[in-house]
Design a protein around this ligand. Structure first.
Ligand code: FNR
Length: 341
Protein backbone atom coordinates (compact mmCIF):
# COMPACT_ATOMS: atom_id res chain seq x y z
CA UNK A 1 0.00 0.00 0.00
CA UNK A 2 1.41 3.45 -0.93
CA UNK A 3 1.68 6.22 1.67
CA UNK A 4 -1.24 8.16 0.24
CA UNK A 5 -3.41 4.99 0.13
CA UNK A 6 -2.50 4.43 3.79
CA UNK A 7 -3.72 7.93 4.60
CA UNK A 8 -7.09 7.25 2.96
CA UNK A 9 -7.34 3.99 4.88
CA UNK A 10 -6.61 5.93 8.05
CA UNK A 11 -9.40 8.42 7.35
CA UNK A 12 -11.80 5.55 6.63
CA UNK A 13 -10.97 3.89 9.96
CA UNK A 14 -11.07 7.24 11.81
CA UNK A 15 -14.60 7.88 10.57
CA UNK A 16 -15.88 4.32 10.66
CA UNK A 17 -14.72 2.84 13.97
CA UNK A 18 -17.16 2.16 16.76
CA UNK A 19 -17.69 5.14 19.11
CA UNK A 20 -17.88 4.81 22.94
CA UNK A 21 -21.45 3.99 23.98
CA UNK A 22 -21.34 6.67 26.69
CA UNK A 23 -20.33 10.24 25.82
CA UNK A 24 -19.36 12.07 29.02
CA UNK A 25 -20.89 15.32 27.76
CA UNK A 26 -24.18 13.56 28.58
CA UNK A 27 -23.08 13.71 32.24
CA UNK A 28 -23.28 17.53 32.15
CA UNK A 29 -26.56 19.44 32.42
CA UNK A 30 -26.56 23.21 32.19
CA UNK A 31 -29.18 24.82 34.42
CA UNK A 32 -32.04 26.26 32.38
CA UNK A 33 -33.09 29.88 32.93
CA UNK A 34 -36.65 30.89 31.94
CA UNK A 35 -36.41 34.65 31.76
CA UNK A 36 -34.60 35.42 28.50
CA UNK A 37 -33.90 39.13 28.17
CA UNK A 38 -31.70 39.38 25.06
CA UNK A 39 -32.32 39.96 21.36
CA UNK A 40 -31.18 36.88 19.37
CA UNK A 41 -30.42 38.97 16.26
CA UNK A 42 -28.03 41.16 18.23
CA UNK A 43 -25.91 38.27 19.54
CA UNK A 44 -22.29 38.01 18.52
CA UNK A 45 -20.17 34.89 19.05
CA UNK A 46 -16.67 36.27 18.54
CA UNK A 47 -14.23 35.64 21.34
CA UNK A 48 -10.67 36.06 22.51
CA UNK A 49 -8.43 33.18 23.60
CA UNK A 50 -5.26 34.77 24.94
CA UNK A 51 -3.67 36.46 21.92
CA UNK A 52 -6.01 34.80 19.43
CA UNK A 53 -9.06 36.71 18.19
CA UNK A 54 -11.68 34.27 16.91
CA UNK A 55 -14.98 35.05 15.24
CA UNK A 56 -16.41 31.85 16.74
CA UNK A 57 -15.41 29.58 19.64
CA UNK A 58 -15.65 26.66 17.18
CA UNK A 59 -12.70 25.65 15.01
CA UNK A 60 -11.88 22.70 12.74
CA UNK A 61 -9.31 20.62 14.56
CA UNK A 62 -6.22 18.99 13.02
CA UNK A 63 -6.77 16.29 10.42
CA UNK A 64 -5.36 14.74 7.28
CA UNK A 65 -1.59 14.94 7.35
CA UNK A 66 0.62 13.70 4.52
CA UNK A 67 0.51 14.18 0.79
CA UNK A 68 -1.75 12.85 -1.93
CA UNK A 69 -4.57 14.26 -4.02
CA UNK A 70 -7.34 13.13 -1.70
CA UNK A 71 -5.85 14.79 1.39
CA UNK A 72 -5.23 17.97 -0.60
CA UNK A 73 -8.87 17.99 -1.69
CA UNK A 74 -10.06 17.49 1.89
CA UNK A 75 -7.84 20.31 3.13
CA UNK A 76 -9.02 22.58 0.32
CA UNK A 77 -12.68 21.92 1.17
CA UNK A 78 -12.19 22.30 4.91
CA UNK A 79 -10.41 25.62 4.27
CA UNK A 80 -13.20 26.88 2.00
CA UNK A 81 -15.83 25.95 4.60
CA UNK A 82 -13.76 27.63 7.36
CA UNK A 83 -13.39 30.75 5.23
CA UNK A 84 -17.11 30.94 4.35
CA UNK A 85 -18.16 30.58 7.98
CA UNK A 86 -15.30 32.58 9.52
CA UNK A 87 -14.07 29.81 11.81
CA UNK A 88 -10.48 28.85 12.60
CA UNK A 89 -8.84 25.72 11.23
CA UNK A 90 -5.89 23.57 12.27
CA UNK A 91 -4.12 21.46 9.66
CA UNK A 92 -2.98 17.89 10.23
CA UNK A 93 0.59 17.05 11.16
CA UNK A 94 3.09 18.77 8.84
CA UNK A 95 5.97 16.52 9.91
CA UNK A 96 5.98 14.56 6.69
CA UNK A 97 5.74 17.70 4.51
CA UNK A 98 8.75 19.15 6.34
CA UNK A 99 10.74 16.15 5.11
CA UNK A 100 9.09 15.82 1.68
CA UNK A 101 8.74 19.23 0.01
CA UNK A 102 6.39 17.84 -2.68
CA UNK A 103 3.76 17.46 0.08
CA UNK A 104 3.77 21.15 1.00
CA UNK A 105 1.00 22.02 -1.42
CA UNK A 106 -1.42 19.83 0.60
CA UNK A 107 -1.04 22.43 3.36
CA UNK A 108 -0.35 25.64 1.44
CA UNK A 109 -3.78 25.27 -0.17
CA UNK A 110 -5.32 25.94 3.27
CA UNK A 111 -3.87 29.47 3.43
CA UNK A 112 -4.54 30.03 -0.26
CA UNK A 113 -8.25 29.24 0.14
CA UNK A 114 -8.55 31.20 3.39
CA UNK A 115 -6.13 34.15 3.14
CA UNK A 116 -7.54 36.13 6.07
CA UNK A 117 -8.62 33.29 8.35
CA UNK A 118 -7.16 31.95 11.56
CA UNK A 119 -5.02 28.92 10.74
CA UNK A 120 -3.06 26.69 13.13
CA UNK A 121 0.07 24.83 12.06
CA UNK A 122 0.65 21.34 13.52
CA UNK A 123 3.81 19.39 14.38
CA UNK A 124 4.74 16.50 16.67
CA UNK A 125 6.74 17.03 19.85
CA UNK A 126 9.74 15.49 18.08
CA UNK A 127 10.03 18.62 15.91
CA UNK A 128 13.00 20.89 16.44
CA UNK A 129 12.41 24.61 16.95
CA UNK A 130 13.61 25.26 13.37
CA UNK A 131 11.18 22.74 11.87
CA UNK A 132 8.33 24.14 13.96
CA UNK A 133 9.11 27.62 12.62
CA UNK A 134 9.12 26.25 9.06
CA UNK A 135 5.70 24.67 9.66
CA UNK A 136 4.30 28.01 10.83
CA UNK A 137 5.87 29.87 7.89
CA UNK A 138 4.46 27.32 5.41
CA UNK A 139 0.96 28.53 6.32
CA UNK A 140 1.62 32.00 7.70
CA UNK A 141 -0.09 30.39 10.68
CA UNK A 142 -1.63 32.35 13.55
CA UNK A 143 -0.68 29.68 16.10
CA UNK A 144 1.15 26.36 16.34
CA UNK A 145 -0.27 23.13 17.69
CA UNK A 146 2.22 20.58 19.04
CA UNK A 147 0.45 17.23 19.23
CA UNK A 148 1.28 14.68 21.91
CA UNK A 149 -0.05 11.23 21.05
CA UNK A 150 2.03 8.74 23.05
CA UNK A 151 -0.41 5.85 23.02
CA UNK A 152 -1.14 6.23 19.31
CA UNK A 153 2.61 6.06 18.58
CA UNK A 154 3.07 3.02 20.82
CA UNK A 155 0.26 1.15 19.10
CA UNK A 156 1.47 2.04 15.59
CA UNK A 157 3.98 -0.62 14.47
CA UNK A 158 6.14 2.12 12.88
CA UNK A 159 5.44 4.67 15.66
CA UNK A 160 7.91 6.53 17.89
CA UNK A 161 9.23 4.73 20.95
CA UNK A 162 11.64 7.26 22.45
CA UNK A 163 10.15 10.37 24.06
CA UNK A 164 13.13 11.27 26.21
CA UNK A 165 13.64 14.64 24.50
CA UNK A 166 9.98 15.62 24.41
CA UNK A 167 9.89 18.21 27.20
CA UNK A 168 13.11 19.85 26.05
CA UNK A 169 11.82 20.10 22.47
CA UNK A 170 8.49 21.59 23.57
CA UNK A 171 10.28 24.16 25.70
CA UNK A 172 12.65 25.11 22.87
CA UNK A 173 9.79 25.54 20.44
CA UNK A 174 7.91 27.71 22.94
CA UNK A 175 11.00 29.86 23.58
CA UNK A 176 11.62 30.64 19.93
CA UNK A 177 8.08 30.83 18.53
CA UNK A 178 6.49 34.22 17.97
CA UNK A 179 2.90 32.91 17.68
CA UNK A 180 0.92 31.15 20.44
CA UNK A 181 1.97 27.54 21.05
CA UNK A 182 -0.86 25.13 21.86
CA UNK A 183 0.05 21.68 23.16
CA UNK A 184 -2.71 19.28 22.14
CA UNK A 185 -3.73 15.70 22.78
CA UNK A 186 -5.37 13.64 20.07
CA UNK A 187 -8.20 11.94 21.94
CA UNK A 188 -6.66 10.69 25.19
CA UNK A 189 -7.21 13.86 27.26
CA UNK A 190 -4.87 15.72 29.60
CA UNK A 191 -4.67 15.36 33.37
CA UNK A 192 -4.01 18.16 35.81
CA UNK A 193 -0.51 16.69 36.33
CA UNK A 194 0.22 16.94 32.60
CA UNK A 195 -0.99 20.50 32.45
CA UNK A 196 1.10 21.41 35.49
CA UNK A 197 4.25 20.19 33.71
CA UNK A 198 3.31 22.11 30.56
CA UNK A 199 2.62 25.26 32.59
CA UNK A 200 6.08 24.92 34.17
CA UNK A 201 7.55 24.81 30.65
CA UNK A 202 5.88 28.14 29.97
CA UNK A 203 3.07 26.73 27.81
CA UNK A 204 -0.01 28.90 28.15
CA UNK A 205 -2.41 27.18 25.71
CA UNK A 206 -3.56 23.56 25.84
CA UNK A 207 -6.12 21.67 23.80
CA UNK A 208 -7.17 18.83 26.09
CA UNK A 209 -8.11 16.55 23.13
CA UNK A 210 -10.08 14.17 25.32
CA UNK A 211 -11.66 10.77 24.89
CA UNK A 212 -15.18 10.40 23.53
CA UNK A 213 -14.90 10.81 19.78
CA UNK A 214 -12.21 9.71 17.34
CA UNK A 215 -10.31 6.94 19.12
CA UNK A 216 -6.80 6.39 17.80
CA UNK A 217 -6.30 3.20 19.81
CA UNK A 218 -9.11 1.63 17.81
CA UNK A 219 -7.95 3.21 14.53
CA UNK A 220 -4.35 2.01 14.89
CA UNK A 221 -5.32 -1.39 16.29
CA UNK A 222 -7.22 -2.06 13.08
CA UNK A 223 -3.81 -2.03 11.35
CA UNK A 224 -1.97 -4.27 13.82
CA UNK A 225 -1.65 -8.01 13.45
CA UNK A 226 -1.84 -8.46 17.20
CA UNK A 227 -3.87 -5.47 18.42
CA UNK A 228 -3.25 -3.85 21.81
CA UNK A 229 -7.03 -3.83 22.26
CA UNK A 230 -6.88 -3.68 26.05
CA UNK A 231 -6.02 0.01 25.57
CA UNK A 232 -9.08 0.78 23.47
CA UNK A 233 -10.79 2.56 26.36
CA UNK A 234 -7.71 4.33 27.72
CA UNK A 235 -7.79 8.08 28.25
CA UNK A 236 -9.57 10.92 30.02
CA UNK A 237 -12.98 11.94 28.68
CA UNK A 238 -13.10 15.53 27.45
CA UNK A 239 -15.45 17.12 30.04
CA UNK A 240 -13.36 15.62 32.85
CA UNK A 241 -10.13 16.77 31.23
CA UNK A 242 -11.44 20.33 30.95
CA UNK A 243 -12.31 20.29 34.66
CA UNK A 244 -8.87 18.85 35.51
CA UNK A 245 -7.23 21.67 33.58
CA UNK A 246 -8.86 24.43 35.59
CA UNK A 247 -6.34 24.01 38.39
CA UNK A 248 -3.96 26.18 36.39
CA UNK A 249 -5.39 29.64 35.96
CA UNK A 250 -2.60 30.93 33.69
CA UNK A 251 -3.33 28.33 31.01
CA UNK A 252 -5.89 28.98 28.27
CA UNK A 253 -7.89 25.81 27.81
CA UNK A 254 -9.38 24.61 24.54
CA UNK A 255 -11.85 21.71 24.69
CA UNK A 256 -11.97 19.03 22.03
CA UNK A 257 -12.57 15.33 21.56
CA UNK A 258 -16.01 13.80 21.03
CA UNK A 259 -17.87 17.08 20.51
CA UNK A 260 -20.89 16.00 18.49
CA UNK A 261 -22.81 19.26 18.13
CA UNK A 262 -23.09 22.84 19.35
CA UNK A 263 -24.56 21.92 22.72
CA UNK A 264 -21.56 19.70 23.55
CA UNK A 265 -19.41 22.68 22.55
CA UNK A 266 -21.42 24.97 24.85
CA UNK A 267 -20.96 22.45 27.69
CA UNK A 268 -17.19 22.53 27.07
CA UNK A 269 -17.34 26.34 27.40
CA UNK A 270 -19.49 26.16 30.55
CA UNK A 271 -16.99 23.76 32.14
CA UNK A 272 -14.22 26.29 31.52
CA UNK A 273 -12.85 25.92 27.99
CA UNK A 274 -12.40 29.16 26.01
CA UNK A 275 -12.95 27.61 22.57
CA UNK A 276 -13.76 24.16 21.22
CA UNK A 277 -12.47 22.06 18.33
CA UNK A 278 -14.26 19.44 16.26
CA UNK A 279 -12.47 16.99 13.98
CA UNK A 280 -14.14 13.65 13.19
CA UNK A 281 -17.73 14.91 13.25
CA UNK A 282 -16.98 17.66 10.69
CA UNK A 283 -14.85 15.43 8.47
CA UNK A 284 -17.65 12.86 8.35
CA UNK A 285 -20.09 15.50 7.07
CA UNK A 286 -17.61 16.67 4.44
CA UNK A 287 -16.71 13.19 3.19
CA UNK A 288 -20.26 11.81 3.20
CA UNK A 289 -22.34 14.86 2.28
CA UNK A 290 -20.06 17.46 0.72
CA UNK A 291 -18.94 20.99 1.34
CA UNK A 292 -22.34 22.74 1.17
CA UNK A 293 -23.76 20.50 3.89
CA UNK A 294 -20.59 21.09 5.95
CA UNK A 295 -21.09 24.86 5.72
CA UNK A 296 -24.74 24.42 6.80
CA UNK A 297 -23.60 22.23 9.69
CA UNK A 298 -21.17 24.89 10.95
CA UNK A 299 -23.90 27.54 10.68
CA UNK A 300 -26.21 25.21 12.59
CA UNK A 301 -23.62 24.90 15.38
CA UNK A 302 -23.44 28.70 15.51
CA UNK A 303 -27.23 28.81 15.93
CA UNK A 304 -26.98 26.28 18.77
CA UNK A 305 -24.41 28.50 20.52
CA UNK A 306 -26.71 31.52 20.19
CA UNK A 307 -29.76 29.61 21.46
CA UNK A 308 -27.73 28.66 24.54
CA UNK A 309 -26.68 32.31 25.00
CA UNK A 310 -30.35 33.31 24.93
CA UNK A 311 -31.21 30.68 27.54
CA UNK A 312 -28.42 31.83 29.84
CA UNK A 313 -28.84 35.54 29.22
CA UNK A 314 -25.24 36.02 28.20
CA UNK A 315 -23.96 38.41 25.58
CA UNK A 316 -20.42 37.10 25.32
CA UNK A 317 -18.98 33.64 24.76
CA UNK A 318 -16.54 34.21 27.65
CA UNK A 319 -19.49 34.32 30.07
CA UNK A 320 -20.41 30.68 29.48
CA UNK A 321 -17.83 29.68 32.06
CA UNK A 322 -19.74 31.43 34.86
CA UNK A 323 -22.99 29.55 34.26
CA UNK A 324 -24.30 26.93 36.69
CA UNK A 325 -24.25 23.27 35.65
CA UNK A 326 -24.72 19.90 37.33
CA UNK A 327 -22.55 16.80 36.89
CA UNK A 328 -23.90 13.27 36.89
CA UNK A 329 -22.70 9.67 36.85
CA UNK A 330 -19.16 8.77 35.86
CA UNK A 331 -18.05 12.38 35.48
CA UNK A 332 -19.27 13.33 38.97
CA UNK A 333 -17.63 10.21 40.40
CA UNK A 334 -14.27 11.16 38.86
CA UNK A 335 -14.42 14.77 39.98
CA UNK A 336 -15.46 13.83 43.54
CA UNK A 337 -12.55 11.38 43.89
CA UNK A 338 -9.94 13.70 42.41
CA UNK A 339 -11.07 16.54 44.71
CA UNK A 340 -9.95 14.65 47.77
CA UNK A 341 -6.45 13.88 46.39
C1 FNR B 1 -6.77 13.58 13.47
N1 FNR B 1 -6.18 14.21 14.56
C2 FNR B 1 -4.91 14.76 14.42
N2 FNR B 1 -4.39 15.56 15.41
C3 FNR B 1 -3.18 16.12 15.27
O1 FNR B 1 -2.76 16.88 16.14
N3 FNR B 1 -2.43 15.91 14.13
C4 FNR B 1 -2.89 15.11 13.12
O2 FNR B 1 -2.21 14.92 12.10
C5 FNR B 1 -4.17 14.51 13.25
N4 FNR B 1 -4.67 13.71 12.26
C6 FNR B 1 -6.00 13.31 12.31
C7 FNR B 1 -6.58 12.66 11.23
C8 FNR B 1 -7.91 12.31 11.25
C9 FNR B 1 -8.51 11.64 10.06
C10 FNR B 1 -8.71 12.61 12.39
C11 FNR B 1 -10.18 12.27 12.45
C12 FNR B 1 -8.13 13.22 13.48
C13 FNR B 1 -6.84 14.30 15.87
C14 FNR B 1 -7.86 15.40 15.99
O3 FNR B 1 -7.29 16.68 15.83
C15 FNR B 1 -8.58 15.34 17.35
O4 FNR B 1 -7.69 15.61 18.39
C16 FNR B 1 -9.22 13.99 17.60
O5 FNR B 1 -9.77 13.49 16.41
C17 FNR B 1 -10.34 14.07 18.63
O6 FNR B 1 -11.36 14.97 18.20
P1 FNR B 1 -12.75 14.46 17.56
O7 FNR B 1 -12.43 13.80 16.26
O8 FNR B 1 -13.34 13.48 18.54
O9 FNR B 1 -13.56 15.71 17.37
Amino acid sequence: MSRSERKIDHIRHALGHERDVHNHFDDVTIVHQSLARLDYQALNINTQVGELSLSSPLFVNAMTGGGGEKTEEINRNLAIAASQTGIGMAVGSQMSALKNPEERKTYEIVRKMNPDGVVFANVGSEATADLAKEAVDMLEANALQIHVNTLQELIMPEGDRDFSNRLKQIEQIRETMDVPVIVKEVGYGMSRETIKVLAELGISYVDVGGRGGTNFSKVENLRREKPLSSFNNWGIPTPISILESLQHDKVHVIGSGGIRHGLDGVKALALGAEAFGMAGALLKVLVEEGIEVLVEEIEHIHREIKVAMMLMNIEEVAQFKNQPYVLHGLTKEWIDQRKSL
